[in-house]
Ligand binder design. Structure first.
Ligand code: C2E
Ligand code: CA
Ligand code: CA
Length: 727
């Protein structure tokens, strides 16, 4: 019965120590069986974690554990989890069976995420030397597995004798390491960092070299990986930190004002629960200000255990140390995580930038990281800089510090001292002044309050970085993300003001951004997103916040104005109708039995109206019906033979085609009773005989104007309402 202590807490299978122990027993118990030891590595597991989250990552590891546990029911075999994403299996060396197992494992893993290709790589060692340490067998399988990286099409590699040289070398290293520490064979090299603005050195990074009595100077690439595997790295780290403290102490004693030196911190050291004490003891012992010790920890070590790391970083900060994130961009975190990581300085290695065809994209990413770090007040050191081209590019995007062969290779302590003496030293690594930071942090930083405000704002809001005709969204709130959904996997790089924006809209936005930057104030614009069926319209209000070099930070608030646009369009139609009404030559029907009356009225209106005359209501009605009511106004005498005015009115009002035509009644001064009656029947106004030109014209004009505008608006209003309802 296995106890929990023997097992890996996450997967429930053997941990490293017990796998090694049990495998030894297995091999010894079956002297007749030839075994194979297979090291299984989940490729790009970190990336998987980053895409799908720790939870899913852990589930994947548990699945692996499960699959291994159910490989075979008949054969005796061992399996275990060696470290994070590395498993190991030792089973009888039956070619066919092994192949089936390997293919089966890959297939089962394929089924987990059909859209994300999880590849396993297998390094195998056929145990032909049964007496060596299982540790050594495992190392051979690991050596074989490392060969896969040289040819990515392969997923399986078998250890062969030629690889053993390497193992042998590693063994030699292991044999010598403790003595090397005791004899102080490890020496500190310093690679200076340079300020890109004045080209002067400022501080450096301590890098270990092994001055081996027999082999000469060995570079860390040859022994650090071995030490990392066997845990010896913790001792070496501690040794290097002490050496650096001694160095700083010496410089201070000599009366110099040294710039900070950064030291490397391996994964293993980071997991030391007494890490902070170790550093505190060292700086106390050598009386070195802690801010002169810059601690480089790698991004991947951070991501192994972010919660613990946050706590450790907090304590180290409290104690006054400065934290650098080493190898940022080596594939784990996206731009988004930058704001969550509480480190002081970012180190980006040129070699982690994807190169190849899409160079502009990687340059863009690097530029973004540098500027985003700038917004966070975080200095950036770019390392591995070798060429003038790289330097020019980095100067262009506002990178502050570089470290690389372009300026200097790692050098012995004395050479570094000489270099500083000759060139003088530059300014400290800073981002913004405290005042500037406060101002920026007010709107930008990831403080809980600002986060809460951003979350609380229910209209879409984005932070935009604008640089000479180009913009990039660097932060959005939830409402924005809902309005313009992007793929989660793309992170902030995928955010946009609407996918496939028409060129015109991009121009509108760019122009408005430029305007806000130019005024250092606000601007606005409207733009449409034509990617869906019905075009959507947005209003963007832009507030300028800050500038850094040639980039500016803008806050953009978006309003959906699609409905307003429809209304606006409707209103324009209404206006057009009204204008048309006013402009077209109007028709007037004059119904009067006296020729003189008709003549006088005609003389008043002939200039503005096409006039039709009728002697009585009956003729008028007949004509109106024939014309389908195409007349703008009727002047109607009340007292007429054949058909009187009021009877005509009744007929007219009963016909829907004629009912809307406005009527001005012709009456005599005294007929106040009739006037009232007729007004109630829908007559719009009246004119009295004898006609006074000015009064008559005015009254008719008013009626016309009122009626046409009103009619037009009613019609358009109805149309509009229908449109909106359909929408
Ligand atoms: P690192 O911490 O990323 O250190 C930077 C490495 O890049 C150094 O290699 C440095 O010499 C090299 N480098 C600097 N500029 C350039 C350049 O322009 N081009 C190229 N191609 N390389 C450049 P080095 O000294 O061989 O160290 C390799 C790695 O070994 C380090 O990578 C670090 O991870 C580890 N290491 C070195 N010293 C220590 C140490 O004292 N403790 C721990 N834990 N790790 C160390
Ligand atoms: Ca480093
Ligand atoms: Ca590095």
């Amino acid at each position: 019965m296995k106890t929990m202590a023997e097992r890996d807490a996450l997967t429930g299978i053997y941990n490293r120590a017990n796998f090694l122990k049990e495998t030894r027993l297995l091999i010894d118990r079956h002297p007749e069986t030839v075994y194979v030891l297979i090291r299984i590595n989940i490729n790009r597991f970190r990336l998987y974690n980053a895409f799908f989250g720790l939870e899913k990552g852990n589930a994947l590891l548990r699945t692996m554990g499960n699959l291994l546990a159910h490989l075979s029911r008949t054969e005796a075999y061992t399996y275990g989890r060696m470290e994070s994403d590395i498993f190991c299996l030792c089973e009888p060396c039956d070619k066919k069976r092994v192949r089936e197992h390997i293919e089966g494992l890959q297939q089962s893993i394929d089924n987990i995420s059909p859209n994300y290709c999880i590849e396993l790589s297998f390094g195998a060692y056929i145990i032909d030397e049964r007496d060596i340490d299982v540790e050594m067998m495992y190392a051979r399988a690991a050596t074989a597995e490392r060969k896969i990286a040289e040819n990515p099409a392969n997923h399986f590699s078998l250890y062969d004798q030629s690889m053993s040289d390497q193992i042998y070398q590693q063994q030699l290293i292991m044999n010598d390491m403790q003595a090397a520490i005791d004899r102080e064979e490890f020496i500190v090299y310093v690679q200076p960092k340079y300020n890109l603005i004045d080209g002067l050195p400022f501080g450096g990074e301590a890098l270990v070299r092994w001055d081996h009595p027999g082999k000469g100077l060995i570079s860390p690439g040859q022994f650090i990986p071995v030490f990392e595997q066997n845990g010896f790295i913790a001792k070496l780290d501690r040794y290097m930190w002490e050496k650096v403290c001694q160095m700083l102490h010496k410089w201070i004693e000599q009366g110099h004002d040294p710039a900070p030196i950064s030291v490397n911190m391996s994964r293993v050291s980071l997991n030391n629960p007494h890490l902070v004490d170790v550093f505190n003891d060292l700086v106390t012992k050598y009386n070195v200000p802690p801010e002169l010790m810059h601690l480089e920890l790698t991004e991947s070590a951070y991501m192994d255990n972010p919660v613990l790391m946050k706590q450790t970083i907090w304590e180290l900060h409290e104690a006054g140390f400065v934290i650098l994130m080493d190898d940022f961009g080596s594939g784990y975190s996206s731009l988004n995580t930058l704001k969550d990581i509480n480190v002081d300085i970012l180190k980006i290695d040129m070699k982690f930038l994807p190169t190849g065809e899409d160079d502009t994209r990687s340059e863009k990413i690097l530029a973004s990281v540098i500027r985003m770090a700038g917004w966070l007040g975080m200095p950036v050191v770019v390392e591995g800089v070798e060429t003038t081209d790289q330097i020019q590019f980095l100067q262009g995007v506002g990178c502050g510090y570089v470290q690389g062969y372009y300026f200097a290779k790692p050098m012995p302590e004395t050479d570094y001292e000489q270099l500083i003496k000759e060139s003088g030293k530059s300014n400290p690594l800073t981002g913004f002044s405290n005042e500037e930071l406060e101002e920026i942090n007010g709107v930008w930083s990831a403080t809980p309050q600002v986060e809460a405000i951003l979350r609380g704002i229910s209209i879409p809001l984005a932070m935009v970085e604008y640089t000479q005709g180009d913009y990039q969204i660097i932060r959005v709130n939830k409402a924005f993300h809902q309005e313009f959904p992007s793929k989660a996997s793309e992170g902030i790089m995928g955010e946009s003001f609407g996918h496939n924006l028409p060129q015109e809209s991009v121009c509108q936005l760019n122009a408005a951004f430029a305007d806000a930057v130019c005024k250092k104030g606000t601007s606005e614009c409207e733009y449409s997103r034509g990617d869906t069926g019905t075009p959507k319209w947005y209003h963007a209000k832009i507030q300028y916040l800050q500038s850094l070099m040639d980039a500016s930070l803008l806050c953009v608030v978006i309003n959906d104005i699609s409905n307003e646009k429809i209304l606006e369009k409707g209103l324009r139609q209404i206006q057009n109708t009204v204008l048309k009404d006013l402009n077209h030559r109007k028709r007037m029907l004059i119904v009067d039995d006296t020729a003189v009356g008709r003549k006088i009225l005609t003389s008043f209106f002939a200039e503005d109206y096409e006039i039709v005359e009728a002697e009585n209501g009956s003729i008028a009605l007949e004509w109106l019906k024939k014309e389908k009511g195409d007349v703008d106004i009727i002047l109607l005498d009340m007292m007429m033979p054949v058909m009187k005015g009021d009877v005509f009115l009744d007929h007219k009002n009963a016909d829907p085609e004629l009912a809307d035509i406005p009527v001005v009644m012709i009456s005599s001064e005294q007929d106040s009773k009739i006037q009232t009656e007729m007004l109630q029947k829908g007559v719009s106004d009246y004119i009295t005989k004898p006609f006074v030109a000015e009064v008559t014209k005015r009254r008719v004009d008013h009626v016309i104007e009122y009626n046409s505008r009103f009619q037009g608006m009613v019609r358009e209003y109805k149309k509009l309402k229908q449109q909106l309802e359909e929408h």
